[in-house]
Design a protein around this ligand. Structure first.
Ligand SMILES: Cc1ncc(COP(=O)(O)O)c(C=O)c1O
Length: 385
């Protein structure tokens, strides 16, 4: 069992940060990697041609280990989730009369590209509603999702854990269903990968896109994506010199090269060498691999469980453990409890959580301990007891 890693972060004593799903704090080693990266640009004569490529290759290797992809060339660096999703949408064919399935209140970066795709092709977007039931909601939502996928479904676009309340979608069952009907499966792993195990070999999504600044614990502005074989001959959003074969030979760049580097490299963003953000994200992934993603999930599970039980006893609505992770839990307030009063009580005590879709979103990590949850409980009890 992992122990609390607060000493590796710069979180002051008065702050209870239970908001990793908003953005993670940087750990000190990641902070240092960023400072080193920043300072390098003051001495550009020391930045060599291999420096454009080798750290990127290392980052791809680390991410492929994290999500179990045997070939690191299937990993692309993306500036945002919307960029990765747009690249997938650009290369998926949807015909008139077909549909694309998403879930209610999906994060917009995994929505707008699909909305445009259906609009331009006379297809429809099927949004699987979130059941109103307080009990058994996650199970029912998953059932409705499977029911929505039919012979006319061209694409299913989902998160693993829903960003508002952490509801988990059974991606294996969804993958089986999409295979039955020949639909593509595109996953936004931003609110799960890094804190909840995700195995590409097991789930077999066609693409997996992850922002880097939440559970991957890197800087803002650099994320990672996996693209499967379905995308091997696709068109990237931007045509960047660095993604073409032989781009390591800077003297030869204007001998224009028609061929891309293999697999997913064509989907890498321009200027992907990112001398600051790449080493930061690599260091963050090294730490995650050292800690072990399932150990992180276990840690937050053991830490939060007694307090979540207490919240349930106070009348808060919490999804059954089978249908949620423990790193991101949306806690629905009891009827009649003043939302603004809860918000005020938490912020007055330096307790940072998010409020999304009528739920208080609690998202702990290894830097949290019992003190943090006790402060959260003190704030909650101050308004409901
Ligand atoms: C599920 C999910 N996807 C993506 C993002 C960020 O998207 P983008 O990188 O396009 O800004 C967030 C941010 O909150 C998110 O919660």
């Amino acid at each position: 069992m992992l122990t609390c890693k607060k000493h590796l972060f710069s979180i002051p004593d008065g702050i209870t940060y239970l908001n990793c799903s908003y953005m993670s704090p940087l750990s000190k080693p990641v902070e240092q990697a960023g400072i080193n990266g920043l300072l390098r640009k003051s001495r550009p004569w020391e930045i060599t041609i291999p420096d454009f490529f080798e750290p990127v290759e290392m980052l791809k290797q680390l991410f492929s280990r994290l999500v179990n992809v045997p070939d690191a060339q299937r990993i692309a660096l993306v500036p945002s989730v919307s960029f990765g999703i747009a690249a997938a949408a650009k290369n998926l064919v949807v015909h008139q009369g077909q549909n694309i399935v998403v879930v209610d209140e999906i994060f917009p970066s995994n929505y707008y590209s699909w909305q445009r795709l259906v609009e331009e092709n006379g297809a429809t977007l099927k949004v699987v509603k979130r059941p109103a039931e307080a009990v058994g909601r996650g199970k029912l939502w998953n059932e409705w999702l499977l029911d929505a996928i039919d012979s006319k479904t061209a694409v299913v676009a989902l998160p693993h854990a829903h960003w508002t309340d952490g509801t988990l979608f059974d991606l294996k069952a969804v993958r089986n269903r999409t295979k039955d009907v020949g639909a593509a499966l595109i996953i936004d792993g931003t609110q799960s990968v890094g804190a909840l195990p995700f195995d590409v070999a097991e789930i077999q999504p066609d693409a997996l896109v992850c922002g880097g600044y939440k559970w991957l614990m890197g800087a803002y502005g650099l994320g990672l994506a996996y693209f499967g074989e379905r995308f091997d001959n696709g068109k990237p959003i931007e045509e960047n010199w660095i993604n073409r074969l032989g781009s390591e030979n800077f003297e030869n760049l204007t001998n224009f090269q028609p061929a891309y580097k293999p697999a997913a490299n064509r989907y890498c963003m321009g200027e992907n060498s990112q001398f600051i953000a790449v080493p930061m994200l690599s260091k963050a992934l090294e730490l995650l691999l050292e800690w072990g993603v399932s150990n992180i999930q276990d840690y937050v599970h053991h830490l939060s469980s007694p307090y979540l039980l207490e919240l349930e006893n106070l009348g808060f609505g919490i999804e059954a453990t089978k249908w949620r992770g423990s790193h991101l839990v949306g806690v629905r307030l009891p009827q009649g409890l003043d939302f603004l009063a809860v918000k005020k009580a938490t912020s007055e005590r330096g307790v940072f959580v998010s409020y999304r879709g009528g739920a208080m979103r609690i998202s702990p990590h290894l830097y949290n301990d019992d003190n943090d949850f006790e402060r959260l409980m003190e704030a909650v009890k101050s308004v409901c007891l």
